[in-house]
Unconditional design. Structure first.
Length: 109
């Protein structure tokens, strides 16, 4: 269940952050509400994840996956550009998450 909880947390955080961008400084009610709910769900499921995965590993995966997903959403949904340095950096983040998942022995408590 830990990976399901972490996935739900990541997706909720990405939804919340995307809605925050659309809220235009919390001036639009619906995106503002989605932001609050998204972050509430994200932190709740992250807290469940931390019962089974070390905080450093869970947070690295959570934040890394969130960064990558938000960069993709920003590019396609919000029309934000990614330069070569951004793409290379995102590639390193993906590599780091893969390395943690494949090679780390510190995933569980």
């Amino acid at each position: 269940m830990r990976w399901i909880f972490l996935t739900i947390s990541i997706i909720s955080e990405v939804i919340g952050t995307s809605a925050m961008n659309a809220s235009e400084g919390f001036t639009k009610p619906l995106p503002s509400i989605i932001t609050a709910v998204g972050y509430g769900v994200a932190f709740y499921f992250l807290s469940l994840t931390l019962k089974e995965i070390n905080v450093s590993v869970a947070y690295a995966i959570w934040s890394g996956a969130g960064i990558v997903l938000l960069a993709i959403i920003g590019y396609f949904w919000f029309g934000q550009q990614l330069d070569l340095a951004s793409i290379i950096g995102i590639g390193f983040i993906i590599a780091g998450v893969i390395i943690i998942n494949v090679f780390s022995n510190s995933v569980s408590h």
